[in-house]
Write a protein that binds this ligand. Sequence first.
Ligand SMILES: [Zn+2]
Length: 290
Amino acid sequence: MKKLLITAVLVFAAVNFTSCRAAQKEKPQIYASFFVMYDFALQIAGANADVYCIVPSGAGAHNFEPTPQDMAAVSEADIFFYSDSVMEPWAGNVADAAQNTPAVSLSEGLYEENADPHVWLNPNYALKMMEVILVKLISADPDNTDSYIENYNIASEKIDALNQSYIDAQLSGKTILCYHAAYTHLCDEYGMTQKSVEETGNSAEVSASKIAETIEFINENEIKYIFAAPYGYAGAVDVITRETAAKRLELNPCEILDEKSRADGADYFSIMYANLENLKTGAQYTASGA
Ligand SMILES: [Zn+2]
């Protein structure tokens, strides 16, 4: 009888010890480079992980300069998600400084090297990026596998609906004139052509001759709208809209989110639906077909 009692006490202690450890277990600490990487990580992680965005609200994703504090925070994290070294040239420095934290590129293999790095603007690529996040979260935190899969399935259904809405909008054959050269993958998926003021998608300086060429294109093709993100580029876009009949219309590449939009619950899906409404207005057939 005494032996039985001791066994019972030992079993109780073991159970108690286990549950105590479970209660103390920290959530995975996930860092993402800029807004849409953060948003995708959050869509899959839900409440099971703490997800942080390195580029703060309002700052640019391409030319960001991480602080020593950013490097230190990522070195304590479980995973660092970023798009790739073309999109965020600074992400490699973060990955190098945080050698013990797995750095995961979400767009690796999705597009040709040195082409337009804004792959997530094609919703089907966005889902592939979330697939990579799913696999990495499950390996970092297998206890919550079911929850991560459920979150992925919800996101996948939302992607299907978004994709169908873009298909239903019948944008094929139309041209968009945009400032930031970010929409190649979106245009390729839905049969549109991008004509951009920037030469490349990495926010290089725009020359006076490129602005003059854009003004000529607008006039020749009677372009009614120039698409620009809700932030930045004011100077060059203002010159173009002043010199032509084209009006500025918002097209958001999901790189930057301000505090208010974040507080209002804006995410990849709400931004992409807003983009679609503006594309229905501003994408148009052109005389030159480009
Ligand atoms: Zn960009």
